[in-house]
Design a protein around this ligand. Structure first.
Ligand code: NAP
Length: 482
């Protein structure tokens, strides 16, 4: 099974861009190889598009926009239902592709990447059906219209989900899309485009231009024909995208990094909260923007929490992501592995205590970009490992004295994307969650909701994705006075 799943598939050998409803070669004819992070072997190819291809895609989207946005919403939704059906028919291939290009373990690829992506698309369809596309306000008729051409720029950590979180809202709103997926993980975007092609989405409504961010991404962000830029990625690149887009007064939505805290209040169920927090920190090898990378515990519970966290992290199975039973695959690239182990080494050099894992390679895995699930403690609130996004399987455990200090620590980074509060009862946890400067908080293990708004405070970005909020990012509002 493992050999079959890691084998190269014909669907992964691609060289074209998708513009105006048809596949065409890039202007340069160049391609790039896609690496399997578990084997370090090439697993496919993708187009290495350039600025001329971005230009052609924006023209195609601009030409398609008027009739797409003029369709009654229910007709657009019928098209998107067909896309969802075509994706469902490719579910197994999408899972296999996610394992191959991200290194996500099978279960994570199936549940967190593909099925959650499909759930998000379903929630967009439901929200669009309920949206007030027109409403009367006094003597005005207020209309909601698609914003125009939307450039969507996405990261490699959840390549299918991140794309669906953008294009589901954009297409439902009546915008026309140009997608630039991350260079490291373009293959799921190709499969999505196959589904879009099969679903007879009108030509030009969706266009795919895989290529380097600094070339294709910047060309899209700067292009005068682009009305909205929706970016998910690092805070550093997000700032650059916003600066480039500012000259054209485009709407810019930014979904950026995070350094989220899981706060255990006195009296919380440690046996439930600690393993769940470790799992949330390690999911997708820690390459999750919402990862709870800090665990805040009452000082009296520190030893017990460390014991539980180390035992849980130590029991996680690290290895071949294609093998059922694996908990953690590799991180996405050699560069990412160096980044993550560098954080661990510097934390240790600064006096942190490593209670599980560490920077050295996991035993028995000579190839692949593997990192051991790592728990550190003895870190100051201002330490690099506490303040900066690692984007790897690393959890920092910090004790606090009193709930006020817990809230101050939780709010004490420049980020504010997600987090958790665990309390002896829901009300006490909610009371603390109300004071956290962050976009999402899970209360006592509350489940992800694909219809709820998702986005960040502070340097975690601005704008919201998912459900009604994710559609509104791509809407203009017009008032007719009657
Ligand atoms: P990244 O390096 O910022 O890249 C994100 C996307 O931007 C990629 O498609 C990249 O293209 C492109 N890009 C790079 N330079 C660009 C430029 N100058 N102009 C326009 N586009 C450019 O981020 P990443 O390393 O892929 O992803 C990890 C980061 O994403 C983490 O910080 C994580 O927290 C964040 N993230 C946030 C969320 C959220 O919803 N808040 C979700 C997931 C991830 P190439 O890669 O092809 O060069």
């Amino acid at each position: 099974m493992s050999a079959r799943r890691t084998a190269r598939r014909p669907e992964w050998d691609r060289s074209a861009v998708y513009i105006g409803g048809r596949w065409r070669e890039t202007a340069s004819g160049r391609t790039v190889e896609v690496e399997n992070p578990a084997t370090e072997a090439a697993t496919g190819t993708a187009a290495d598009a350039g600025a001329a291809d971005a230009e052609a895609a924006v023209s195609a989207a601009a030409a398609a926009f008027p009739s797409w946005s003029a369709l009654p919403p229910r007709e657009r939704l019928a098209v998107l239902e067909r896309v969802r059906g075509a994706l469902e028919r490719r579910r197994d291939l999408l899972v296999e592709t996610t394992v191959a290009e991200v290194g996500a373990p099978l279960r994570v690829a199936r549940e967190a990447h593909v099925d959650t992506g499909l759930d998000v698309l379903r929630a967009y369809l439901d929200a669009a059906g309920d949206l007030a596309w027109e409403e009367r306000v006094g003597n005005s008729l207020v209309l909601r219209e698609g914003i125009g051409v939307a450039a969507c720029i996405t990261p490699w950590n959840y390549p299918l989900y991140q794309v669906l979180a953008k294009i589901g809202g954009a297409l439902a709103a009546g915008a026309a899309v140009v997608l630039k997926p991350a260079e490291l993980t373009p293959l799921s975007a190709y499969l999505l485009t196959d589904a879009i092609d099969e679903a007879d989405v009108p030509p030009g409504v969706f266009n795919l231009v895989p290529g380097p961010g600094r070339v294709v991404g910047e060309a899209l962000a700067a292009h005068p024909g682009v009305d909205a830029v929706s970016f998910t990625g690092s805070t550093r690149v997000g700032a650059r995208v916003a600066a480039v887009a500012a000259a054209g007064i485009k709407r810019v939505s930014l979904e950026l990094g995070g350094k989220s805290a899981s706060v255990l209040l006195p009296g919380a169920d440690l046996e439930a909260a600690v393993p769940a927090s470790v799992d949330a920190a390690m999911l997708n090898s820690g390459q999750t923007c919402t990862a709870w990378t800090r665990l805040l515990v009452p000082r009296a519970d520190l030893d017990a929490a460390l014991h539980l966290a180390a035992a849980h992290a130590g029991a996680l199975v690290v290895g071949d992501p294609a093998r059922p039973g694996t908990d953690l695959g590799p991180v996405v690239s050699a560069a990412q592995r160096r980044t993550v182990t560098g954080f661990i080494e510097r934390a240790e050099a600064a006096g942190a205590r490593i209670v599980a894992g560490g920077a050295e390679r996991p035993a028995g895995l000579p190839r692949g970009h593997y990192v051991r699930p790592t728990i550190v403690t003895g870190v100051a609130p201002g330490a690099e490992i506490v303040q900066e996004e690692v984007f790897g399987p690393v959890l920092a455990v910090q004790p606090y004295d009193g709930v006020e200090e817990a809230i101050a620590l939780a709010n004490g980074t420049p980020y504010g994307l997600a987090g958790a509060v665990w309390g002896p009862d829901r009300d006490s946890a909610v009371a603390v969650a109300r004071r956290l400067r962050t976009g999402q908080v899970d209360i006592n293990g509350g489940a992800f909701n694909p219809a709820a708004p998702f986005g960040g405070y502070g340097r975690s970005g601005n704008g919201r994705e998912l459900g009604r909020w994710g559609i509104e990012e791509f809407l203009e509002t017009k008032a007719l006075q009657l």
